[in-house]
Write a protein that binds this ligand. Structure first.
Ligand code: GLN
Ligand code: ZN
Length: 765
């Protein structure tokens, strides 16, 4: 019989219980014991649920109090020196210190900086980046995988422990200094993995899942050869252990034969992202290898096309037999919300197209049953799923022929400004009459408690619209006056009406739905609730024009219109899987283009279109970058190019390095690019971007992530430094991101020093 399996279940709980417990613990409201007890309840619930659903392989050690990579850091004792580890078992205070840093003095930088965090492959989950040094040693410093296996065993549930594979673990980390490669540590690391496997085997484990997601990145043959060495050793640890090597987020590409011939019992393939890899895998799979087929999408919220999945399953079973096939989600379910049953207001039509983590496991189980084709209840479920899918192809709540025609009719010239930058710059200067080194901000101003609670009151219906509007007008007015007093040159309205960069727009566009409990973990206790972009996108009416024109009516100085770009909206939503991402992005671009046109027509002379997520959208493999960048950039240009030469387009990017996609960024052709650059460790590539950006650029000079306020002197030095590389006509002066997380007192001083520095340098030019 086919077996239903799972690679990982969301940890946060249906009601974000983990988040709440963690935050209560961190603020001292509950004890360590309480925290651990609540975590144990969550694990128990998740295991029991999976058992009830009928899964054959239920994961353990997929749970984490913060992050699975941090768990691995603790497991192998890779604790950075600054934490002065005593070499014993890693306790909770050390664990959370690594995750969050330690602040000794309120107004100081962290006394003990947290470990760096970065995105987990192309997801919005962030992991803690392991830090290694050439002298690095490892030793077993946590028994979490064994404890959790035994904990489940005590509940009568036999689980499949999950470990992050040694090669991926090293590749995901950073060596300090950078000269040596982290993989050189492999020989020292492997004994720890062997020890863990031995202990798990002694505890009674039979299957072990070892995740090696790095296998879907570009790897050279030398690295691939290491897999042979590593898995030969790991599989020799115990004859009673069966290793499942899990790969996901892409295909194995040219490495398929090598990986399938590793001495492991099973290999998991992501057949949602890469269904095409099945054929080669079936050809290459040696006689005893079991294939785990990831046929249910672990990255998105849609119900599975069962017929398509069954086709893949049949193909595999024909070649391997049912005994050598496991069914599974494509990757851990960490990346999808927990339970669709909690959504009560989405409407029947949309509901029947969706599946969250729990529903996805039901699908995996259903697929194992359907393979037998005997039981009527399963057949009925199959028919219902098929019917829902068919409706999705034609439903008028998804499909708007006008939108599709509109996208199809886009002409090349629509994505091109009328004149080259030099011409535009001169015309803009005539209208805007800005001083040299103009000062501005990135858009948001402090989101105080009052702003948040008032907005929440309005959203929940406790505050009537008129009162909310009055409140927003007051906030905007205050913010405009504030900016005038500080002497900023290009003002903003402050974004008080927005919770984040996507929700506000999603709510005003057709094609988006919002869940009540559709949270997914972003990092640690932080969760996000991405909107579901399910249908063709249209803009029933202007979205930001009212706020921008109101703000502009209060001042002579130019006010920047403020929009989130199409790629960022795409990237931070669950998007439809019934058309390419590119098509959805074009629809967003056309809707935003209308907004830009309306802003211009309403007299807004400067418009910023934020694209902080442009880089995140890059495919995992280099070979696919060019294609992505071509449409992503073109979508931005489509939004921004309909305006007159004298309308100034800004864009803003942050969160990561951009130097390696310099050409794409330059070809977006924004008149002004503001970019995160104020952190001291400016990478060489960033410097390249700043120096060579063809239009005007504002490298952030105030790090809004830090409570530290630069002095006027420091700003001046920073700007002087930039002026050595850049002509003054090209340089803008601004913080490196929005100010929403800072306090007004901080913003006041930080911006005062900034404008004073700009003025003082102007006089010297
Ligand atoms: N305009 C947004 C803000 O100021 C930009 C935020 C961002 O780049 N992440 O908040
Ligand atoms: Zn930013």
């Amino acid at each position: 019989m086919l077996q239903a399996t799972n690679l990982g279940y969301p940890r946060i709980g249906r009601q974000r219980e983990l988040k709440k417990a963690l935050e209560q613990f961190w603020s001292g409201r509950i004890s360590e014991q309480d925290l651990l007890a609540r975590a144990a309840i969550l694990r128990q619930q998740h295991w029991q649920l999976q058992q009830e659903l009928g899964l054959h392989h239920i994961p353990s050690n997929d749970f984490s109090l913060y992050d699975q990579v941090l768990d691995t850091i603790a497991l192998v004792g890779a604790i950075p020196e600054r934490f002065h580890w005593d070499g014993n078992q890693v306790d909770l205070s050390l664990y959370f210190a690594m995750a969050r840093g330690m602040v000794h003095d309120q107004n100081q930088d962290e006394a003990l900086p947290a470990m760096e965090m970065t995105k987990w492959f192309d997801t919005n989950y962030h992991y803690i980046v392991p830090e290694f040094q050439p002298q690095q040693t490892f030793h077993l410093a946590s028994t979490k995988p064994i404890n959790e296996f035994l904990e489940a065993k005590l509940l009568g549930i036999h689980t499949r422990p999950v470990l992050l594979g040694p090669i991926s673990f090293l590749l995901l980390g950073k060596m300090y200094p950078h000269e040596t490669k982290s993989l050189t540590l492999l020989d020292r690391l492997l004994p720890i993995y062997e020890e863990v496997l031995r202990k798990l085997s002694e505890a009674g484990a039979d299957w072990i899942q070892i995740d090696e997601p790095c296998l879907t990145l570009d790897l050279d043959t030398a690295t691939i050869a290491l897999f042979q060495q590593v898995y030969r050793r790991l599989s020799a640890v115990s004859s009673s252990l069966r290793l499942l090597l899990a790969t996901y987020f892409g295909d194995l590409g040219p490495h398929t034969p090598t990986i399938l011939h590793l001495p492991v019992a099973a290999v998991h393939l992501d057949l949602v992202r890469a269904p095409q890899q099945l054929a080669l895998a079936l050809e290459e799979a040696p006689g005893s290898l079991i294939l785990s087929l990831g046929v249910v999408d672990g990255r998105n919220v849609w119900r599975t096309d069962l017929d398509h999945a069954i086709t893949l399953i049949r193909e595999a079973v024909q070649k391997l037999g049912t005994e050598r096939v496991l069914l599974a989600p494509s990757c851990s379910l960490l990346h999808v919300p927990v339970d669709l049953a909690q959504e009560t207001h989405l409407g029947n039509e949309l509901m029947q197209w969706l599946a969250f983590a729990r529903q996805k496991l039901e699908e995996v189980v259903l697929l194992t049953r359907l393979h037998q084709e005997t039981d009527p209840a399963s057949l009925e479920q199959q028919a219902a799923a098929r019917q829902a899918l068919e409706q999705r192809w034609t439903s008028p709540i998804i499909h708007d022929p006008k939108v599709k025609q509109h996208v199809a009719a886009v002409k090349d010239h629509e994505a091109r400004r009328q004149s080259p930058f030099a011409v535009r710059q001169a015309q803009q200067q005539q209208i805007l009459a800005l001083p040299l080194l103009p000062t501005t901000t990135i858009g948001s101003f402090p989101q105080t408690e009052a702003v948040r609670t008032t907005r929440a009151a309005y959203t929940s219906g406790k505050l009537v619209s008129a009162d909310y509007e009055t409140f927003l007008r007051e906030e905007i007015t205050r913010t405009i006056r504030f900016q005038e007093e500080i002497g900023l040159d290009v003002l903003v309205h402050g974004e008080f009406e927005r919770t984040d960069m996507v929700e506000y727009f999603g709510k005003l566009l057709n094609g988006f739905a919002f869940t009540l409990h559709g949270w997914v973990q972003s990092y640690g206790s932080r969760c996000v609730r991405p909107p579901i972009l399910y249908g063709d996108v249209t803009r029933p009416e202007p979205m930001t024009v009212r706020w921008s024109t109101f703000a502009q009516s209060l001042t002579e100085r130019p006010v920047k219109g403020m929009l989130t770009g199409p790629v960022t909206i795409l990237q931070w939503s669950f998007v439809r899987d019934d058309q390419p991402r590119r098509d959805t992005c074009y629809q967003l671009a056309l809707a935003l283009r209308e907004e830009v046109q309306d802003l211009e027509a309403a007299g807004i002379r400067v418009i910023q279109i934020d694209e902080p997520a442009l880089r995140e959208g890059l495919p995992l493999r280099h070979s696919a970058w060019a294609e992505y960048l071509a449409w992503a950039v073109n979508c931005f240009r489509l939004v921004s190019s309909s305006v007159r030469d004298e309308t100034q387009i800004h864009t803003h990017m942050c969160y990561s390095e951009f130097g390696d996609i310099f050409e794409a960024i330059a070809s977006m052709d924004a008149d002004v690019l503001s970019i995160e650059a104020s952190r001291s460790r400016l990478e060489l590539l960033e410097t390249f971007l700043i120096v060579h950006y063809p239009n005007a650029i504002g490298p952030g000079v105030y790090d809004i992530h830090s409570p530290r306020i630069p002095s006027q002197d420091e700003y001046e030095q920073n700007l002087e430094h930039l002026l050595k590389a850049l002509p003054a006509q090209q340089l803008w002066v601004n913080p490196d991101c929005g100010l929403k997380t800072r306090r007004w007192e901080e913003v006041l001083l930080a911006l005062q020093h900034m404008t004073a520095a700009a003025q003082s340098i102007r006089q010297r030019q």
